[in-house]
Write a protein that binds this ligand. Structure first.
Ligand code: GSH
Length: 230
């Protein structure tokens, strides 16, 4: 098997999306975390957008963009996570294309500058959730997007559904309970060991610290004492 190096910022959801696929495929890989504010030259040389993730293969190939990385992993390493049926595959790809919009709608509040902006961001959450609820209804039984079989759609959405819960615990949003299929899906993904790159409580503490240090509207809802304790 090839040698894989996944370059990461510890709390990046897009990195997590690719790490999930590596874990689902039981691939051994080196996970190398770099600092957002101090990106080394070797990294800048292999990352055209200066972003993580980058997947380095056999010390020679550098792949970037989490979706492209995951498609590559799925084409080259069994088990296949894409469905066999071309129509279902197209539907799955359509929903992974929607992911950046979903991410903005669901986690936008973490970047809001003030309360008015925060409330506007929170209004977007049910819009995104409603779309996924309808999609899940069409897909049929869970626990995963395609039913019993785990797919790239699951790997894509897991990091952002997990962050919804983190945000809901910083300042209650109370939306996911209104979308039963989405909630069941999110809970199944959060239970799945491949979702997690770090112990869950430790990871949530890292996320909260990032939100606190960002000094945006939401930061005030994380107590200094809580951060210190974490
Ligand atoms: N579309 C990209 C998004 C990657 C991304 O936004 N990564 C963030 C960290 S979570 C990043 O590297 N940001 C650094 C920057 O924008 O300069 C993907 O799917 O890989």
């Amino acid at each position: 098997m090839a040698k894989y190096l996944l370059v990461s910022f510890k709390t990046c959801p897009w990195v997590q999306r690719s790490a999930i696929v590596l874990r689902e495929k039981k691939v051994d890989f080196e996970f190398r975390h770099i600092e957002r504010d101090n990106r080394p030259d070797w990294f800048l040389a292999i990352s055209p957008h200066r972003k993580v993730p980058v997947l380095r293969v056999d010390d020679t190939i550098s792949l970037f963009e989490s979706n492209a990385i995951n498609e590559y992993l799925d084409e080259t390493i069994a088990p296949r996570l894409h469905p066999e049926d071309p129509v279902q595959r197209a539907i799955n790809r359509a929903w992974t294309d929607y992911l950046p919009t979903f991410a903005d709608q669901v986690t936008g509040v973490a970047y809001a500058g003030d309360e008015a902006d925060g409330r506007k961001c929170l209004d977007e959450v049910p819009k995104a959730f409603e779309r996924l609820e309808r999609a899940l209804e069409k897909q049929g039984a869970g626990p995963f997007f395609n039913g019993a079989k785990y797919s790239l759609v699951d790997a894509a959405y897991a990091p952002f559904l997990q962050r919804y819960y983190f945000l809901d615990r910083i300042r209650p949003i109370g939306q996911i309970e209104k979308f039963p299929r989405l909630k069941a899906w999110a809970d199944a993904l959060i239970k799945r060991p491949s979702t997690h790159s770090f112990p869950e409580a430790e990871f949530e503490a890292m996320y909260r610290l990032n939100v606190k240090l960002r000094k945006k509207w939401l930061s005030q809802f994380i107590a200094d004492a809580a951060v210190a304790a974490e």
